[in-house]
Design a protein around this ligand. Structure first.
Ligand SMILES: [Zn+2]
Length: 124
């Protein structure tokens, strides 16, 4: 079990991450809107480079909104008192591990096992 101080520390971390990511998502949105405006009456300037920048920005925004969801889920688990409970084996997740990665839902052993499976399924 985590102490109330440890729980608060994790919650502060998660809320700070949420604020930071919220700002980024907003910027990605503005970028998309600017791009649409630029399209009107524009000739074929370096289209390939632009596409690359655009899809990188979108991928980043995708990953960040995925993270935002994970962070909201972690905050919900804190509120239910389940933040340090492994979803696989129900063993407590160590506080150090949670501090390093507050959105985790797996203890170190289960995470390692899962990563092994994922690496086998889709090699990258
Ligand atoms: Zn576990």
């Amino acid at each position: 079990m985590l102490t109330p101080e440890q729980t608060n520390q994790l919650k502060t971390l998660l809320e700070a991450d949420l604020t930071r990511l919220g700002d980024h998502a907003h910027k990605a949105m503005e970028f998309t809107m600017d791009r649409d405006r630029d399209r009107i009456g524009r000739d074929s300037m370096d289209e390939a480079t632009e596409e690359e920048v655009y899809s990188t920005a979108l991928r980043l925004a995708d990953r960040e909104s995925f993270l935002v969801v994970k962070i909201r889920e972690a905050i919900a688990r804190i509120e239910k008192g389940e933040i340090d409970e492994c979803e696989e084996c129900a063993e407590p997740i160590g506080f150090k591990r949670l501090l390093a990665r507050p959105v985790t839902t797996l203890c170190f052993e289960c995470k390692s096992a899962r990563e092994q499976v994922e690496a086998d399924e889709r090699p990258e």
